[in-house]
Design a binder for this molecule. Structure first.
Ligand SMILES: Nc1ncnc2c1ncn2[C@@H]1O[C@H](COP(=O)(O)OP(=O)(O)O)[C@@H](O)[C@H]1O
Ligand SMILES: [Mg+2]
Length: 306
């Protein structure tokens, strides 16, 4: 993988921002075991405008909320930021059972004594990490309350039964939140006010072309552009509510190309990864028609890959 600061330079990111990252890295370089926590994403996020906003916000000590439709690269951006700033990352998932004890930690009994086992939010704060608060809008309010003091200017965490955790200055929280074109799911106001928000766009066409080319270097250019235009057509139809948003899923498209790479026919792969995710027969047919219009269903490995 290319050096990420060199990548950012080639992407045309402002020199001042890249210099800012360099200076940030010097503040408290990560050593030992924690180095393994510095993310090493498979691809770096593509999108210059978003990169510049995110870097500026982190340099200004802000916490970031990445909000947007699914598969707009929110997690890839969060990981890319961890890689660029060389900070250890903790993933915090807001699954249904996530409560305060999971987030900040809890007392555990090891057979001899009771000790406090830190949760990901606490570990992140103590080590100046980047905490990736994934799909934060799924969080229960009572779980979120414990984060308030960490996320605002107080920058400290009062952990019951432990002690007052002072956040290391490098600590940042990067939250992600999925919302659709149709309905948004609101984030409670107390929480939203503690972040700066990046409204995540779907990947630009030229960037998608580069993304597919880097993931599938042997995919023929002509097919690459067919897959790309299929994605934007499905996205357009989802935006205008002709089909549901399930159809507009970059992850599904990339998965389909993966399956073709393994030898499946295009029609089967695209059905498995896109149209068959919709269970309404009428809508499924609509999506199928869009696919068939753009990509011959009978193509196999040698037609697609050089
Ligand atoms: N702007 C982008 N740059 C790089 N990869 C992207 C971008 N947008 C989407 N992707 C790709 O789409 C897939 C889903 O990305 P992910 O970060 O998990 O999305 P999200 O968290 O927004 O649902 C990944 O394979 C990722 O590489
Ligand atoms: Mg995600």
């Amino acid at each position: 993988m290319q050096d990420i600061l060199e990548f950012l330079r080639q992407e045309g990111i402002e020199k001042e921002l890249i210099d800012g990252i360099r200076a940030f890295r010097q503040e408290a370089p990560v050593t030992g075991e924690l180095k393994r926590r510095i993310p090493a994403p498979e691809v770096y996020y593509l999108g210059t405008g978003i990169w510049e906003k995110a870097i500026a916000a982190i340099l200004c000590r802000k916490n970031l909320l990445l909000a947007g439709p699914k598969a707009t690269g929110k997690n890839i951006l969060a990981e890319s930021l961890g890689a660029a700033f060389e900070r250890p990352a903790w993933n915090v998932s807001f699954h249904i059972g996530a409560d305060a004890a999971y987030l900040v930690g809890t007392d555990t009994f090891d057979g001899n004594q009771v000790t406090f086992r830190q949760g990901p939010v606490t570990l992140c704060a103590e080590n100046g990490g980047f905490g990736i608060l994934d799909e934060i809008n799924m969080a229960r309010n009572e779980a979120m309350a414990v984060l308030h003091s960490a996320l605002d200017f107080r920058r400290e965490l009062d952990v019951p039964g432990y002690h007052l955790v002072e956040m290391q200055p490098q600590t940042r929280y990067i939250a992600t939140m999925n919302y659709g074109y149709a309905g948004t799911r609101e984030l409670n106001e107390a929480l939203a006010s503690r972040f700066v928000v990046l409204d995540m766009p779907i990947i630009a066409e030229a960037d998608l072309d580069r993304l597919i080319a880097s993931r599938f270097p042997d995919l023929k250019a002509e097919l690459r552009s067919q897959f790309t235009s299929l994605f934007y057509e499905l996205d357009r139809k989802a935006r205008s509510a002709e089909v549901s948003e399930k159809a507009s899923d970059l992850r599904g498209l990339l998965d389909a190309i993966d399956l073709c790479h393994r030898g499946l026919r295009t029609g089967d792969a695209l059905a498995m990864c896109i149209s068959d995710k919709t269970f309404d027969p009428y809508e499924k047919q609509l999506i199928q028609d869009v696919i068939d219009e753009r990509i011959d269903p009978d193509l196999s490995g040698s037609d697609l890959f050089a």
